[in-house]
Design a protein around this ligand. Sequence first.
Ligand code: C2E
Ligand code: CA
Ligand code: CA
Ligand code: CA
Length: 276
Amino acid sequence: AKSRGKDRAQLYMHEFTLALESKLSLEQHIDNAIETNDFTVFFQPIVNCQDNQIVSVESLIRWSHPELGMIPPDRFIPVAEASGKIIKIGKWVLRKACEEFMAWQKRNIQLDYIAVNLSPMQFKDVSLLDDIQDILSATGLAPNNLVLEITEGVLVRNDSITKNTLLKLKALGIRLAIDDFGTGYSSLAYLKYFDVDILKIDRSFIKDIPDDSVDIQITGAIISMAKNLNLHVVAEGVETTDQLNFIQDNHCNTYQGYLKSPAISSADFVALFQTD
Ligand code: C2E
Ligand code: CA
Ligand code: CA
Ligand code: CA
């Protein structure tokens, strides 16, 4: 099934490329997709390692194109970044995510936070902070229910604009997570300079546990370092009970992965939460 998924992904890529070479530019495709509701946001539960209950959630964009079918985010996010369109998409995802969280709250679905991915490109947008504040006040989401996921690349850059933006986000009460931890440039020094709250261990370290002894050491060390720095730890891509047992034994706080659930629609998330 895995290799069939890969073949299909390659097929999409081919068709996607052909579509982009045709009359419409990617920008037009993306504008159309926003207007015709071809983008949706899916939600992946974040689960407490100890009792396996859903405590938080990550927002993940989906593009279902009328002719090309499902276009995976790994395919169009990089193109959207290159064209600057990620700024518009990112705002749209953030608004949707906040709206859904508020709708869930009304149905008594209480979660610690909703996480939204922030592309490095969005940090170059001078209106980022204003836009985030506008979305929070328009939707009524409390800032401490929002987590923004950023990659190590953003922190390594260490320019004053990025630093200032991160400080202001923190001052609003928004929490920050380092996404795909361990895969970036990782001087680790940035942990000293930026006040992050959550560390997400990349799936590449989890996927070969318990067979790979190096991954076992690395994952154990990341969890213990994070704990000592008072950071909350999320393990990404947990698919097996062996993997869950390992991170449980190492006192990891939470996990995401197919073992619990893939990213699902808002309606499916509500149903899963209520039967959990
Ligand atoms: P990510 O932020 O690291 O998200 C985790 C990815 O791992 C998601 O893929 C998720 O569906 C997948 N995943 C979760 N659990 C498992 C598991 O147990 N096994 C496996 N094999 N995969 C698992 P997805 O949704 O295809 O997203 C891919 C990437 O696209 C994301 O990686 C993120 O970098 C980017 N992305 C998605 N949505 C957005 C968005 O709204 N904004 C931005 N800037 N990037 C986004
Ligand atoms: Ca993420
Ligand atoms: Ca990640
Ligand atoms: Ca990733």
